[in-house]
Design a protein around this ligand. Structure first.
Ligand code: UD1
Length: 427
């Protein structure tokens, strides 16, 4: 398995370009299943999860044309869906495979999708996806580890009034896609308002879907008979951008982050400003971040958008280790998302965990050692810690980070970090 080796202590300077949003590209690609026509998607990040999604769509019978992998432009043509199955082998490497369930039910009225199961950060059930589809007329059983869903009598899903018990991002996306081809009107309440949901709405609308309420907690979808091919460019990745903002700040550097969407980073910028980090919005797609001689602590609670993203919690924790004072970090979205904390403690951080709260006392002089990445964003937090640690930090199991960060080693090296990937053999 590959490892990253980081020699910390270098301030980052220069300019780094942000890739397309992984969490936008995934539902946008799944939405191609909703039409027989060709869908072209641009600004796809060159990361493993998108390759997995293209394999999944190809497995189902879609023609996925890519010049070479990894690519940022995909053409998907699902003229027929020959096999409405998301097999365990693909789902186990990418939970977001569940995003094919809604489109399959809408398009062919039948789907067999492996249950995603839990992951390092929590149980992560998909019950809300399933009860919503049932309200739309689907019959669903789970058996032998698979969700077996179908619309009775080879019929169409029907519009329904669904109030999500809890805000779910992929749940909102799945049911939104299902509703576009359902018979009648669907009202979805307590929806996720993440920019990635809004991006999906924009794409579906270009395909002919009738949707109102994007950006709000209530989506109204009037089902149509047919959707059409389209061309779509996914939004910039706000989590990758946020990670680089922390990289600039934690190393007391001066970074210009380009191709990003500052309007999606409001909570992250506001919180980091409280710690003393300086920002300039150069233009609508460019942010400059500068560190501070002395960072100060600030408590942070993760929330659904527009709150502070759980996907930025590990990165913020790395920053908090360098801030003077006590930062209380409260994780409200996932029940077990502090696995990076014990690795940061091994690097010399002062962090104690009490249930969903982490108490970080800083500043701590971190020192490099070998640490294990446990999930995608935890890995990013450890990379950031490694950038300020003295000596050498070796990050193991970086396949997690390869799922979601395009060329992170090259991008960090480009702004002065001393980081390299060491190709390993076996486990
Ligand atoms: C998405 C993002 C992920 C991010 C998360 C929260 C994608 C591909 N992934 O994941 O990066 O960390 O949003 O912002 O977009 N829940 C249930 N039942 C359900 C569905 C969810 O109880 O049926 C719970 C989850 O366990 C979790 C919370 O709701 O506690 C939010 O999860 P959800 O928004 O669904 O996360 P994902 O869509 O899986």
């Amino acid at each position: 398995m590959d490892k990253f080796v980081i020699k910390g202590g270098k301030a980052l300077h220069g300019s780094v370009a942000i890739s397309g949003a992984k969490n936008s590209a995934l539902p946008v690609m799944a939405a191609a299943l909703l039409t027989t026509e060709k869908v072209s998607v641009h600004n796809i990040p060159k990361v493993r999860d998108l390759i997995t999604m293209s394999k999944l769509l190809a497995f189902m019978g879609a023609k996925v044309s890519i010049a070479e992998l990894p690519a940022s432009d995909y053409e998907i043509e699902a003229t027929t869906v020959s096999d409405a199955v998301a097999p365990y082998e693909l789902v186990k490497t990418m939970r977001a495979s569940i995003l094919t369930l809604g489109p399959l039910m809408a398009r062919v009225g039948v789907a067999r999708v492996s249950l995603p199961g839990g992951c390092a950060i929590g149980a992560r059930p998909v019950d809300l996806h399933l009860t919503a589809l049932e309200k739309m007329g689907a019959e669903i059983i789970t058996s032998h580890g698979y969700i077996e869903a179908r619309v009775p009598n080879n019929g169409r899903l029907k519009g329904a009034h669904i109030v999500f018990e809890k805000i779910t991002v992929t749940g909102t996306e799945n049911i939104l896609m299902a509703a576009t081809l359902a018979k009648g009107e669907t009202i979805l309440e307590n929806c996720a308002r993440e920019p990635e949901v809004t991006d999906l709405v924009a794409m579906l609308r270009k395909m002919g879907a009738q949707i109102e309420g994007d950006g709000t907690a209530t989506l109204r979808i009037r089902g149509v008979e047919k959707l059409y091919g389209t061309d779509h460019t996914v939004i910039p990745d706000r989590i990758e951008a946020g990670t680089f903002l922390v990289a600039g700040a934690i190393t007391n550097g001066d970074l210009t982050v380009t191709n990003c969407a500052p309007e999606h980073l409001g909570a992250v910028i506001a919180k980091m400003q409280e710690t003393g980090v300086r920002f300039d919005e150069i233009d609508k797609t460019t942010l400059r971040v500068r560190g501070a001689k002395k960072l100060v602590s600030s408590d942070m609670t993760t929330e659904e958008y527009p709150g502070f993203a759980t996907d930025m919690q590990a990165q913020y924790m790395a920053l908090a280790t360098q801030a003077e004072g006590t930062s209380v970090i409260t994780e409200t979205i996932f029940e077990n998302r502090f696995l990076h904390a014990s690795e940061m403690v091994r690097m010399g951080a002062n962090i104690s965990i009490d249930g969903r709260r982490a108490v970080v006392r800083g500043p701590a002089q971190l020192s490099g050692t070998t640490v294990q990445a446990s999930d995608l964003r935890a890995s990013a937090g450890l990379v950031l810690a490694g950038l300020v640690a003295s000596g050498e930090t070796i990050i193991d199991r970086v396949y997690h980070i390869d799922r979601g960060y395009e060329g992170i080693v090259e991008k960090l090296r480009g702004v002065g970090a001393n980081i390299e990937r060491v190709h390993g053999t076996g486990s």
